[in-house]
Design a protein around this ligand. Structure first.
Ligand code: NAD
Length: 326
């Protein structure tokens, strides 16, 4: 069977999804919907698919098997709920929604409709991350004790779509966007969930009303501690995760590779073949649809990332350590 895919939101991440669809025999891109007609039509032309301004009209006419939702965060929940009600399986971009209440609405709609939901936590499909997870599971360096994740990226670049900097539409700044990846990485690498959070964030950006940096101290239900430090202000870009074990250390640069400490120095681990995470993500969704199982990044899983983020913002606001709700 070939599955027809419709894309909702033809922005920055859209091509990654459409390119992956084009490389998978079981998938066929049908159409794209975007309220920005110029952008949407150009994308539709480039990929030889239909364009719609209104995603509801697109779904009702095209009847896709899978809807890929790549919209501003505040539209994730209403769009996912509606598409599930139309019987579409969903690949919903991260972060799942603005808050856990919205996540619960999506989960209820998906359950009621009997469709599959995957949330686009692409970290699960990066070769270096897969190597790091294997290293942790092997016990080669002993027990994993702590993770130190650093992510700096200038967040206020001129070409960043404006909604990312409006809290009402994005749910938050660098932490909601890139922190979602870091929290996901900590949870997924260690097969555990964040259960307690202490956080301090700052609001010093040149525009918008979202946070531009965050320092998070997390504990997982496996007893591990993690520090996540992110800055979206001017500086030096960095994306590095250090893993501290009882018998050594490892340095993970998700887009580059994994280094393991040998004799007091880091040596790179033989890399895995580079595979496109967006292809692996679709393959996982297809497996879930065809075998009736949950994908690696299920809705339930993705909700746990939002629950941790909620605790981050509450901890900053109250100055008090927070337990992450169920
Ligand atoms: N997995 C990853 O690594 C990754 C990377 C980048 C972005 N993302 C996520 O992807 C999502 C989209 O991000 P982006 O960077 O592509 O944003 P973007 O602003 O470039 O794209 C969003 C698009 O949605 C369109 N849109 C807005 N309202 C609409 C509506 N009602 N109907 C149809 N179209 C509408 C906009 O015109 C825009 O083209 C976000 O959730 C973001 O966090 C994930």
């Amino acid at each position: 069977m070939r599955y027809r895919v419709a894309l909702i939101g033809g922005g920055i991440i859209a091509r990654n999804h459409l390119d992956a669809v084009g490389r998978l025999d079981k998938l066929e891109a049908a159409a794209v919907a975007d309220t920005d007609e110029g952008k949407g039509r150009a994308l539709a032309e480039e990929y030889g698919i239909s364009y719609y301004r209104d995603y509801r009209e697109m779904v009702l006419r095209e009847r896709p098997d899978i809807a890929v939702i790549a919209l501003p965060h505040y539209l994730h929940a209403p769009c996912a709920v509606w598409c599930a009600e139309q019987g579409c399986h969903l690949l919903l971009e991260k972060p799942m929604a603005l808050n856990t209440a919205q996540c619960d609405d999506i989960l209820a709609a998906v359950k009621h409709a009997g469709v599959k939901l995957m949330v686009g936590h692409t970290q699960h499909y990066k070769p270096a991350n897969i190597l790091a997870k294997r290293l942790i599971q092997s016990g080669e360096l002993g027990r994993l004790l702590a993770i130190h994740d650093t992510r700096h990226q200038y967040y206020y670049r001129d070409n960043r779509p404006g909604w990312f900097l409006e809290k009402e539409k994005s749910g938050g700044g660098i932490l909601m966007n890139l922190g979602a990846h870091s929290i996901d990485k900590v949870q997924w690498l260690t097969d555990s969930r964040v259960r307690r959070v202490k956080a301090k964030v700052t609001y010093e950006g040149p525009r918008g009303d979202v946070e531009g940096s965050g320092c998070l101290f997390l504990e997982t239900d496996s007893g591990l501690c993690a520090v996540i430090l992110q800055s979206g202000y001017e500086g030096v870009a960095r994306d590095e995760t250090e893993l501290i074990f009882t018998r050594g250390m490892a340095k993970l640069v998700s887009s580059e590779g994994l280094w393991v400490s040998v004799g007091g120095k880091y040596e790179q681990v033989q890399p895995l073949p580079e595979e496109d995470p967006f292809i692996l993500q679709f393959e996982d969704l297809l497996r879930a649809i065809e075998l009736g199982v949950e994908p690696d990044s299920s809705g339930e899983y993705a909700r746990s990332v939002i629950a941790a983020l909620e605790a981050v913002y509450t901890s900053d606001r109250t100055g008090v350590e927070q337990d992450v709700g169920p």
